[in-house]
Design a protein around this ligand. Structure first.
Ligand code: ZN
Length: 66
């Protein structure tokens, strides 16, 4: 009897730990657009907040999406 009680308690605890350790799947995903730089022609993924080329610093244009 004592053994069974212990098992029940342990199962409950592990379930709680599982909920706590759940990976954050609800994290807002950043939308990245592949844009080709007009200056160095390197294609890279950029968020809408980024408007400068990561490689040469030139201005990026959303219409250059590839
Ligand atoms: Zn560039």
């Amino acid at each position: 009897m004592t053994v069974r009680k212990k098992t029940e308690k342990g199962a409950k605890e592990s379930r709680q730990a599982e909920e706590k350790g759940r990976p954050e799947s609800l994290k807002p995903t950043e939308v990245r657009i592949n844009i080709r730089c007009r200056h160095c022609f390197i294609v890279d993924g950029y968020t809408r907040q980024e408007d400068r080329c990561r490689h040469c610093g030139a201005r990026l244009f959303l219409i250059d999406e590839v």
